[in-house]
Design a protein around this ligand. Structure first.
Ligand code: NAD
Ligand code: DAU
Length: 341
């Protein structure tokens, strides 16, 4: 398979690229990535020498470029997106542009190139807040943030392309993912890197909102399983049943680093904060996938990785990062009052 992997220099995309090259000797990969603040060529450093990998610096909204790359490949796996909910609350426009319009550009190119498979990497956030029970693939989409609405908008287009053109799209809806190479704005890498530096860990609201955490290697394997064994036209949830709240995330991180609980700072809640997501992933399990990393072991592995790779994350926690951080957290009195904010 010759794959066009968009967003392949990001967190999950780069794991998928490294895994594909390591496990499928007959596959080659073209990565198309805009290298936004979240994209990082260093994520591909372990495989950049590989002749089966080609990196193209560009935007998925560039229709001419995408059409050329689609003609050279057999299938697109679309990881490219703006991905952080807090940033979508501050500046929604680029989420609509990349996540919705970019998906349209990719599907048009795949359709005209005659691809037989297209995989859209989506999120459990499209279901919206689920206070009880577990979301199944046939459930209604009720997104509540600009980020989740842009991902759901992309899915609406996928659905329309399936119905209108018989477009062979597969969708994965993954839950919260963590592990090495994650930009330090999401809760786990933010808390690990803050705790290493004895900075406060800002917990939104009561810290009781629940997420189902999946390790990045398990998520990448799920996308690979759906790409190769899934049925075009179908959607697949990717979750582990690890229902963990923010207080436990903070506790595990602090324990792994031997840091005090006094670093936890309860701050004003995220606007529109979804209190819980939870997935029924039995449809994916039936394809032969099962998660291999348990939550506590995943946290220990991830903490170790960030301790051993300060050269990777310290340069990211500078300039633009602190501008965003101050905009997002500074107005929250509990944090502004903290020493070493
Ligand atoms: P990320 O933010 O780490 O990486 C996104 C990548 O997309 C970056 O390399 C960035 O440079 C690239 N990109 C952004 N805009 C682009 C554009 N216009 N053209 C080309 N490249 C562009 O994201 P991630 O956490 O690895 O998420 C990957 C995908 O998985 C996203 O679609 C996201 O919605 C989805 N997802 C993420 C999670 C999670 O917890 N991280 C969970 C479920 C689903
Ligand atoms: O569920 C899948 C989604 O998970 C992906 O689609 C998104 O791309 C990804 O960013 C993630 O979204 P969340 O909003 O759930 O992740 P985040 O790490 O931002 O927040 C996880 C939980 O932790 C959530 O309940 C909010 C809370 N939180 C987050 C941050 C950044 C805090 O309490 N404090 C924080 O500083």
């Amino acid at each position: 398979m010759r794959l066009l992997v968009t967003g392949g220099a990001g967190f999950i995309g780069s794991e998928f690229v490294r895994m594909t090259l390591a496990t499928h000797a007959d596959s080659s990969v073209v990565v198309l990535d805009k290298l936004t603040y979240a994209g990082n060529l260093a994520n591909l450093a372990p495989v950049l020498h590989e002749p089966r990998l080609r990196f193209v610096h560009g935007d998925i909204c560039d229709a001419a470029l995408v059409a050329d790359l689609a003609r050279e490949t057999d299938a697109i796996v679309n990881f490219a997106a703006e991905t952080h909910v807090d940033r979508s609350l501050q500046a929604p426009g680029r989420f609509i542009q990349t996540d919705v319009y970019g998906t349209f550009v990719l599907m048009e190119a795949a359709r005209h190139a005659g691809h037989e498979r297209y995989l859209q990497v989506s999120t459990d956030e499209v279901y919206g807040e689920v206070l009880m029970g577990f979301s199944a693939e046939a459930d209604a989409l009720r997104p509540r943030s600009p980020y989740s609405a842009s991902k759901a908008g992309a899915e609406m287009l996928v659905s329309a392309y399936r119905a209108s053109y018989g477009f062979p799209a597969l969708v994965t809806r993954g839950s919260n993912t963590f592990g090495p190479y994650q930009y330090p704005e999401k809760i786990i890498p933010l808390f690990i890197t803050n705790a290493i530096d004895d900075r406060p860990l800002p917990l939104y609201g009561s810290g009781e909102a629940v997420r189902d955490y999946v390790y990045v290697g398990d998520h990448a394997r799920a996308v690979d399983t759906v790409l190769r064994r899934g049925t075009p036209g179908e959607d697949y949830n990717v979750g582990c049943g690890n229902e963990v709240n923010g207080i436990r995330v903070a506790g595990e991180v602090l324990r792994a680093l031997g840091k005090p609980e006094s670093l936890i700072a309860f701050v004003q809640d995220r606007p529109g904060h979804d209190y819980r997501y939870a997935l029924d992933s039995s449809k994916l399990d039936a394809l032969g996938w099962s998660p291999q990393m348990e939550f506590a072991a995943g946290i220990a592995t991830t903490v170790r990785w960030y301790c051993e790779h300060e050269d990777w994350w310290r340069p990211l926690k500078s300039g633009e990062f602190w501008e965003f951080y101050r905009r997002n957290y500074k107005p929250l009195p509990a944090l502004a009052a903290c020493r070493d904010f």
